[in-house]
Structures are given as C-alpha cells and as structure tokens.
Design a protein. Structure first.
Length: 292
C-alpha cells in the first residue's frame, strides 16, 4: 500500500505536467483542426527561459514562471502567424508537415545556439520532504500539482466565462458562422495559440524544477505523450486533456514501480491503441457524423 501511495503521488506530479501540455494540443486542434507538433518544443523553450532568468536575472520562482508563460505565449503567436496562418486553407497534411518542420527548427536551432548539453536547472526552492505513512512527499511535488491545477482552473474560467473564451468556442464549432457574427478569426486563433503556449511554458519551468535538468531535445517525448493524453481524453475537450495527462502520468509511474521502466513509453502507446479501438473519440470526445 505504501508503494502504491508513493507512486500515486509521483504520478499525479508528473501527470500534471502532461496535462498542461495536452491542453495546448487540444485547444489548437479544437480551433483549427491542427496537430501542433512543435508544442513540445515550446515547452522546452519555456524551460530554457526559466533557466536564463533564474541564472542571469536572479528573479524568484514566481517571476520566472510568469515570464516563461509570457515568453512562450509570444513565441506561439509568432509561430502561428508565420508558419500556420498562410497555410490555413491548404490541405491538412501541408500544415502537419509544417508543424513537424517547426519542431525540428526549434530543436536544432537551440542545439546549435546553446549546444545539446544537459544543464542543471537552478534549484531556487529548497526541497523539503515530508514523511507520511511510509510515503515521501516533497514540497516541489505539492507546488507542481497546485500550480498545474490552478492554471487549469484559470484556463477553464477563461474559456467558459470570458468574451474571448466564447469566441474560441464559437470558432471551434463553425469558423465561417463565427466570422459572420463579427468574431475576428485571426485574433481568436492567435489568442488560442498564446494560451496553449503559456501552459507549455509553465510546464517547462515546473519540470526543470522537478528533474533539475534541461536540454534542447527535452520536448520530444513529453510532447508526444501529451498528444497521446489529449487523444485519450478526447482531443478538443479541455477536461479530457487534463484527465488524459493524469492518466498517462499515473500509468508511467505505475509501470516503473513494478520494475518495467524500460517499457514505460511503450505502455503509453499500447493504451492509446486500446482507447482508439474501444473509444475512438476518447473518454470525453463525441462521435460526430459528417456528410460525405
């Protein structure tokens, strides 16, 4: 029971990171039906930005987190305007290939500018470990879970309670009709990219604090797992993406707990296949019939 409880704590901490990343995937897909494979690399940029401001500017953790979110939001807006907007009316495969190209550009560009060496992330928060019923809980794990849940709650409020959130929901249902009632399509899509990228930036700083290491290729595997989380939860569904992230985190730590660490990535994709066979639209997804 102690082992199960410990892995539950570890899984929730890791799952909250995947949930923040999955939110970016699901929002962008819900708006423009694009799988933004560069999203994991924006997460990497957030981690490097946090590393820079903590090491060079010597700010506190909250300032580093917020500045990384702002920086990544701006990067997301620029990527959307430069790489995706000109291809909005092109075949989907064109935009998909472009997303993969942007991902490689960010990864190799960062490797060229800063080398591919792993860097130690500044530990600006002293680690305190509490022992409870044979389990070990650190203040870093609590901070990550609390921050992720707070950001997800804020995101949900933005989508459900604000004018821009209403515009996002309208565009996701019918972009043409949304334009006819006066919604600015470009502004809404840019805001969606900014919001999703900000979540990825926050996740990058949190994971750097958690694992104490960052590198230019750190966004590849988490990015794919976050996409899997979004699909499991029902891509296009914000609550589904959050749930999918926690499921992937718990699954990964559970596999490690039984001594199968080498298969932790494979198990994630096996679960994806099972979900697609049983619930093709995901847990919270809806089966929508399309006219041919």
């Amino acid at each position: 029971m102690q082992t199960i409880g410990q892995q539950l704590i570890n899984g929730l901490s890791l799952g909250s990171i995947y949930a923040l990343l999955a939110l970016g995937y699901t929002m962008v897909y819900g708006i423009i039906k694009l799988i933004n494979f560069a999203h994991g690399d924006i997460y990497m940029l957030g981690a490097f930005w946090g590393y820079y401001v903590l090491n060079v500017l010597h700010v506190n953790f909250i300032v580093a987190l917020l500045s990384a979110m702002v920086f990544c939001a701006l990067v997301g807006v620029v990527i959307e305007a430069v790489a995706y907007r000109p291809l909005r009316h092109s075949p989907r495969i064109t935009a998909l290939i472009t997303a993969i190209g942007v991902s490689f550009l960010l990864e190799n560009g960062m490797s060229y500018l800063f080398t591919a060496n792993t860097r130690n992330f500044p530990q600006v928060i002293k680690t305190i470990t509490w022992h409870f019923a044979g389990m070990h809980i650190s203040n870093i794990q609590v901070l990550i879970l609390e921050t992720a849940c707070l950001l997800m709650l804020i995101l949900e409020l933005i989508i459900k309670r604000t004018k821009m959130g209403k515009a996002m929901r309208a565009v996701s249902v019918d972009p043409t009709a949304a334009q006819l009632v006066g919604i600015n399509l470009n502004h809404t899509i840019s805001f969606t990219f900014a919001l999703g990228s900000a979540m990825a930036g926050a996740a990058g700083v949190l994971i750097g604090l958690y694992y104490n290491s960052i590198d230019p290729l750190m966004g590849m595997t988490p990015g794919i797992k976050a996409f899997v989380a979004a699909v499991i939860g029902g891509i296009g569904s914000v609550p589904g993406a959050s749930l999918g992230g926690f499921i992937i985190g718990l699954l990964e730590t559970g596999v490690q707990a039984i001594g199968l660490s080498a298969y932790k990535d494979a198990v994630v994709y096996v679960v994806l296949i099972v979900i697609l066979l049983v619930l093709p639209a995901g847990i919270f997804g809806k089966n929508v019939k399309e006219k041919v």
